[in-house]
Design a protein around this ligand. Structure first.
Ligand code: SF4
Length: 339
């Protein structure tokens, strides 16, 4: 682990909280340049974290972007599996998860051992793993997918392997959405779920819709069926952002983590965005990262992400299999850049 020297700043006790924040942002920018680093932030992160990042977007888009830059250091503001994915795609780079305590409860709902057992109970069936999985789980899967391309990847896996039965891990709600789109394939889903998306409540959507009858309802596929049944549009975080920006509608009920509504409110001030069940539609893990964590990572004070090579090689194969789904609408997902 390399340790950089902090930039010289005025004594913190002489500054107001707002001045301290501005100073921290300046220090982050200077240190980032010094270390040839890139800061990536998921759209569910705090807005001040997204604002200091070079790019914001969804997990795979950010990882692909990290692999294509010439930065030597990647600071990932997100949860653990995202930083692991960045490391898998950029093995020669130094990767930090800005807050090492930020995990994903859904990813933790399946372990490598549980997947091995699931496969033994369903011998010979191809496995599609959502990107929200640990590297050693990906290493046991055949294909990886995101919420943007899950339908295409499952269809591709069924065609490539000649199997009309597919094991899908870990999100049963994303699996149910894929199943609704591909009735010709039987998905056998793991019982995982995202606690944040499941806290969203159809009654709150109905209340908002009564107040704003012209509002478009945009729903993430990690939500459960009653939420999806109300949707005008179902899509990944990136697809929801794109739809909201391109739509002629002026008001939107955005049924995913609250960070997306906040991002959209900032990017499209002429439109109105509401998150149903706002107080609970917050992923506590995504909100763990603060500016101080980014600074600490840039100083080299966090542990680097490391993945044993035998696991990394197999997990990379799983991710590469997704890349073969060429031309699908869920191909590489793009992240926005901050100037
Ligand atoms: S929003 Fe859900 S899937 Fe995303 S990191 Fe949080 S718990 Fe995991």
């Amino acid at each position: 682990m390399s340790t950089a020297q902090p930039s010289v700043s005025p004594p913190a006790n002489l500054l107001s909280p707002a001045e301290r924040k501005q100073q921290l942002i300046r220090d982050i920018k200077a240190l980032k340049k010094e270390r040839n680093a890139v800061i990536l932030a998921h759209l569910y992160e705090r807005i001040e974290v997204q604002d200091v990042a070079d790019y914001h977007g969804d997990s795979l888009g950010l990882s692909q972007l990290a692999a294509s830059t010439d930065a030597e250091v990647i600071v990932f503001c997100g949860v653990h599996f995202m930083a692991e994915t960045a490391k898998l795609l950029s093995p020669a780079k130094t990767v930090y998860l800005a807050n090492p305590n930020a995990g994903c409860p859904m990813a933790d709902m399946i372990t490598r051992e549980e997947l091995v057992q699931f496969k033994a109970e369903n011998p010979g069936l191809p496995v599609v793993a959502y990107v929200n999985t640990a590297a050693d789980v990906k290493a046991e899967a055949d294909y990886c997918c995101t919420s943007a391309n899950a339908v295409e990847v499952v269809a591709f896996a069924a065609k490539e392997t000649g199997s009309n039965r597919i094991l899908f891990v870990p999100d049963k709600h994303l699996g149910a959405y894929v199943q609704s789109q591909l009735p010709q394939v039987e998905l056998i889903c793991w019982e995982g779920f995202c606690p944040t998306h499941l806290r969203m409540n159809p009654d709150d959507v109905i209340k908002l819709k009564k107040e704003y009858p012209d509002a478009e309802i945009l729903v993430h596929p990690e939500c459960d069926q009653p939420m999806k049944d109300m949707a005008d549009f179902i899509g990944s975080t990136t697809a929801i952002v794109k739809r909201a920006k391109e739509s002629k509608a002026r008001t939107f009920i955005v049924c995913t983590e609250d960070g997306v509504s906040q991002r959209l409110s900032q990017d499209c001030p002429e439109k109105l965005f509401f998150t149903p069940t706002r107080a609970s539609a917050v992923c506590p893990n995504m909100k763990l990262t603060r500016l101080e964590n980014i600074y600490k990572s840039l100083l080299g004070q966090n542990e680097e992400i490391t993945i044993p090579e035998e696991v990394a090689e197999k997990a990379r194969h799983c991710i590469d299999s997704m890349m073969r789904v060429a031309g699908s609408k869920g191909g590489p997902v793009m992240a926005g850049k901050h100037g």
